[in-house]
Design a binder for this molecule. Structure first.
Ligand code: MSP
Length: 646
């Protein structure tokens, strides 16, 4: 490794997918590592991007009746905007449709072809049209056979190009065995070795254009495009100058860590290393596969509609809280659960209670008793036993963060920081500065508050890569200045200068409430796609009694206003037959407050009350929606509010 160089990558995401919490997670993890290495003064490079070729993209573009390039140019923005919103600090964003990438792929293909690493052969076998992969008989679902194929599997006989992957099998096994850090965690390494126990075939790397044209053309046969994975994996080197900028490539490669999800282990630990070996390029230092975010116990998937949208959480709790949750809740390598309940619990206990309380009580006292500036401690302040033992825990947190990040366990690093925060809260409890404030001699009070401010300084620095926004604010509030924290000051006591004025600031982490019933997986989930061709949506029948449980009433909208911080919500004040009610409705993108005021609408008046974005909602209004259009259900003529509907 070049000294102090750190190059980290994320998978490049399929551009046809709407970015979800899984994509956001890998990218935030890479961002946290990149930020930490930058603070350490390392020559850091963080690459992410999008995978833009393939069947699904082509189909989506066809369905819209526009060229594939136009389609990807539009949808890539979703990812780019999300990364901006989530404060991702990638140094480069690579798209596989960019010439800087496609020409490198073509050069590699030509070179491998010229050296007989790629050959043409007849493929006679099975093709899974759903996943766009060649499969063998053993991959067929139970009950199926060559004589009884499922609809989506087609027998196929076509000429294709193959990469001589099989010849690297023995080399790869040896390489993995000799380099234990190459595939991490260990159980993923064993999984790859297990996979390599079976004979490894050659890799089909082409698709006839007749079947798929949206891809990079083979330079030696214009009738074919290359297989998406042979294209996508190359981004990790085309993005840092391979074949075109030797200086940049020498500076960045080999990559320190390719972060991936466990779903793409084989492509990264078998295809990619053998491709690099054939190209004569050094291997990456580490391929790290993390687990999956599950919704409760279930896999998140579009079809079950339980996919968490990171923006919902970022809007409701702030980007930093989302980043903190993701980094502290997943033990890297294992699966983890993402539900609103788990999120709010972690947020309240670590951020609102422990860190938020410590900060607010210390700052309040410094403002009240020390003229809003850093107090002057006595010279022997750290000799006092409570302060000494607290500082030892803080130093443990610094050491812990360092070792746990190196071992890819940011969750443990963050837990060590929270232990220090809790210890500081205990210290405040023991020293009781509110009592010290009543004494004539104010030095013990100043000592207590100075120690607490120093603890906050170190914790803010340790949490900085995870919560850059809030920790910048905190550093401001404790008089630690504008710039980034200095790593060389993490173990030093006495860095804050007495007399430095503290800046006013808002509470960092207000307490959060759960909005939905406990069993609900997330505050908002992506709606299932509407059935495309059908005009009528089939629903199961209910009895008259079922219907009778709904108390539908007319209501007059007396006043309406936007809910702060929520683009989609309006808060409505209603008159329901003389009774005043407040409801929150997701109609702000369709109605202005002025447009809805004065209308007579229909509400479900016996819906259990809920708190939405911290606002009480007593009931739900009815609206008709189709596609992007939404209109309120109103009455045909004048009728008093509170009238029964049904
Ligand atoms: N385009 C390929 C990758 C090519 S890399 C050379 C691809 N794209 S993807 O859009 O499907 O993204 C896959 C990645 O998204 C996973 O490897 C993982 O990093 C992340 N996640 C997607 N869903 C996830 C969860 N539910 N949980 C955690 N991360 C997951 O595969």
């Amino acid at each position: 490794m070049k000294k102090d160089s750190f190059y980290v990558t994320t998978p490049i995401y399929y551009v046809n997918d709407k970015p979800h919490i899984g994509h956001a997670y890998t990218t935030m993890l890479a961002d946290m590592l990149a930020r930490a290495h930058r603070l350490l003064g390392h020559d850091t490079w963080f690459l992410t991007g999008t995978d833009e070729h393939g069947q699904k993209v082509q189909e989506a573009a066809n369905a819209r009746g526009i060229p594939a390039q136009e389609h990807v140019d539009e949808v890539v923005v979703r990812f780019q905007e999300l990364w901006e919103r989530l404060e991702i600090t990638h140094d480069d964003f690579i798209r596989t449709t960019e010439p800087r990438h496609t020409r490198v792929v073509q050069e590699i293909l030509q070179d491998l072809y010229d050296r007989d690493e790629i050959y043409q052969a007849e493929y006679d076998g099975l093709y899974d049209v759903r996943s766009e992969t060649f499969i063998t008989e053993k991959d067929l679902p139970e009950g199926c056979s060559l004589d009884n194929l499922p609809d989506w599997v087609k027998p196929i006989r076509e000429t294709n190009y193959f990469f001589r992957m099989s010849k690297y099998q023995d080399w790869l096994i040896r390489y993995i065995e000799e380099n234990p850090g190459f595939i991490q965690p260990d159980f993923r390494r064993n999984e790859t070795l297990g996979f390599l126990r079976k004979p490894l075939g050659d890799l089909c790397i082409s698709r006839p254009k007749a079947r798929l044209s949206w891809g990079i053309e083979l330079p030696f046969d214009a009738e074919y495009v290359t297989y998406v994975w042979f294209d996508a994996l190359v981004n990790y080197i085309s993005g840092v100058g391979y074949r075109h900028n030797d200086e940049q490539f020498a500076r960045r490669w080999p990559c320190q860590v390719h972060l991936i999800g466990k779903d793409i282990l084989t492509t990264h630990t078998v295809y990619w290393p053998t491709m690099l070996k054939a190209m004569g390029v050094e291997q990456p230092k580490c391929i790290f596969a993390h687990g999956w975010w599950l919704s409760g116990r279930d896999k998140m998937s579009k079809s079950t509609g339980n996919v968490v949208n990171p923006l919902d959480y970022a809007e409701r709790f702030g980007v930093d809280a989302l980043r903190y949750f993701l980094m502290s809740e997943m033990s890297l390598g294992q699966d983890a659960t993402f539900t609103e309940e788990v999120f709010v619990k972690r947020y309240n206990s670590d951020l609102a209670n422990d860190l938020g309380n410590l900060t607010s009580r210390v700052l309040k006292m410094v403002h009240t008793h020390c003229d809003a500036s850093v107090p002057d401690p006595s010279s022997a302040v750290l000799e006092e036993p409570a302060a000494a033992s607290l500082w030892a825990v803080v130093t443990d947190a610094v050491n812990g963060m360092e070792t746990h990040i190196a071992a890819m366990r940011p969750d443990l690093g963050l837990h060590a920081v929270m232990t220090a925060v809790r210890e500081a809260n205990k210290y405040i409890g023991v020293r009781a500065p509110w009592k010290q404030a009543k004494e004539d001699d104010k030095q013990p009070l100043y000592d207590t508050l100075y120690v607490a401010l120093e603890v906050l300084r170190v914790c803010a620095a340790l949490l900085y890569p995870v919560m850059p926004g809030k920790m910048k604010a905190l550093r401001h509030q404790i008089g630690a200045g504008e710039g980034d924290p200095r790593v060389d000051q993490l173990r030093a006591f006495g860095v804050l200068e007495s007399g430095t004025p503290l800046l006013e600031g808002e509470g960092l982490f207000p307490r959060a409430l759960i909005e939905k019933k406990k069993e609900a997986p997330a505050p908002k989930v992506e709606k299932k796609a509407e059935p495309k061709a059908a005009n009528v949506v089939e629903i199961s029948e209910i009895t008259f009694d079922d219907f009778g449980k709904l108390a539908l009433r007319t209501a007059r909208v007396v006043a309406a206003e936007k809910v702060e911080g929520a683009d989609k919500l309006l808060k409505l004040q209603l008159d329901v037959g003389g009774e005043a009610r407040q409801i929150v409705a997701g109609i702000a993108q369709h109605y202005t407050p002025e447009a809805v005021a004065g209308k007579t609408i229909v509400i479900v008046s016996n819906l259990k009350p809920a708190v939405i974005r911290g606002v009480q909602s007593n009931g739900m209004l009815l609206a008709a929606s189709k596609g992007k259009r939404l209109v309120l259900v109103t009455t045909d003529g004048e009728i008093d509010s509170g009238a029964r509907v049904g």
